[in-house]
Ligand binder design. Structure first.
Ligand code: GLV
Length: 336
């Protein structure tokens, strides 16, 4: 028997994070490509009498998992989102919960813009056209799309990532609208300083007036299915919808109908419902002409993933030491 605390990690996160943990603890890592089953996580936590758990957004962490080891003092998710963790159950059990906010803001905003430009300028469709050997000559009408510069960008949820996406609109001289539960004068000021005038509008106004609608809200009971038939029908037929938040914010069947019937022009999704999206999912019949999908890679830059691994390790270390976490999901959710 050893007194060294033990930590279970549900996937191979970047080495820099594992090194930090291995320097202090006995560390066991699930080395599968797919997520371990919930029962397996519970079994490993119990076998190790684990003090810490590092999980991913694809692991469901509920009361059963939290009860699997009587020694568990911290759950640290390798993500900013924590909708996969039962925070109330963790708080009840006095188990700290850490996440990785801030670090992935700019990286996710970059990816949002990749989807925006790819959708508007039909980049993926262009690649498919070349691959199919259809490129025979320069074409005056070939793969035309809307201008990005000078268009109107609508941000749903002007939090960190929404603001970072809006900031990038300065270079494209776009009009920026935003909506959310309340007006955010501080965010408006921050954007004014970089030359973006962001106007607070109702959701209905934003949907009706935006050329690009980009979603940046967490998945909660209030935001699940936020974009459904009514909302898609309010959008312009020329509009492009972008989602780099959580798949459940869009009703997938409604989006399928919108793309089928031309209520909107195109959608770019980094997150889907279901997720992963199987290759035979019906909505993929719209790709790449009307739909561009990436496999939830918003934070996937090398630097950001390394920093997330460090932050996840820092949260574990603080939690096992029973110190306040540097990045507490409970605090951020108002449960601490
Ligand atoms: C990614 O979606 C995250 O929550 O980190």
């Amino acid at each position: 028997m050893t007194d060294t605390p033990s930590v279970y990690v549900t996937r191979e996160i970047p080495e820099v994070g594992l090194e930090r943990l291995r320097a202090e603890y006995d560390v066991a890592v699930w080395d599968g490509k797919l997520p371990p089953a919930k029962a397996h996580i519970e079994q490993r936590l119990a076998d190790l009498s684990a003090d810490g758990l590092v999980c991913l957004l694809s692991d469901e962490i509920d009361g059963d998992v939290l009860d699997a080891s009587g020694d568990l003092s911290v759950v640290s998710t390798f993500s900013v989102g924590y909708d996969h963790i039962d925070l109330a159950a963790a708080a009840e059990r006095d188990i700290a919960v850490g996440h990785t906010p801030g670090v992935l803001t700019e990286t996710t905003a970059d990816l949002t813009w990749s989807l925006l430009t790819a959708c508007a300028r039909r980049v993926v469709e262009g690649q498919a056209y070349v691959d199919a050997d259809e490129w025979e000559t320069w074409g005056p009408r070939l793969l035309t799309g809307p201008d990005i510069h000078g268009a109107t960008l609508g941000i749903v949820g002007l939090g960190n990532i929404g603001t970072a996406v809006a900031r990038r609109a300065a270079g494209f001289e776009m009009d920026v609208l935003y909506t959310g539960r309340s007006r955010k004068p501080d965010r408006e000021q921050e954007l004014t300083e970089v030359g973006v005038d962001a106007t607070y509008v109702t959701r209905d106004e934003l949907l009706a007036e935006s050329d690009f609608v980009s979603l940046h809200v967490p998945l909660t009971d209030a935001t699940e299915g936020l974009i459904s038939t009514d909302e898609l029908q309010q959008m312009s037929e020329e509009a492009i919808l972008l989602n780099t938040s959580r798949g459940g914010v869009i009703d997938t069947d409604a989006l399928d109908a919108a793309l089928e019937d031309g209520w909107i022009t195109r959608a770019g999704l980094d997150v889907t419902d279901p997720e992963p999206l199987p290759a035979d999912h019906p909505i993929l019949r719209h790709a790449p002409e009307r739909l561009v999908v990436t496999p939830h890679i918003g934070s996937a830059s090398i630097g950001t993933r390394n920093r997330m691994a460090e932050m996840a390790a820092e949260n574990v270390i603080a939690g096992i030491e029973r110190e306040p976490l540097p990045h507490s999901a409970l605090a951020d959710a108002g449960l601490e």
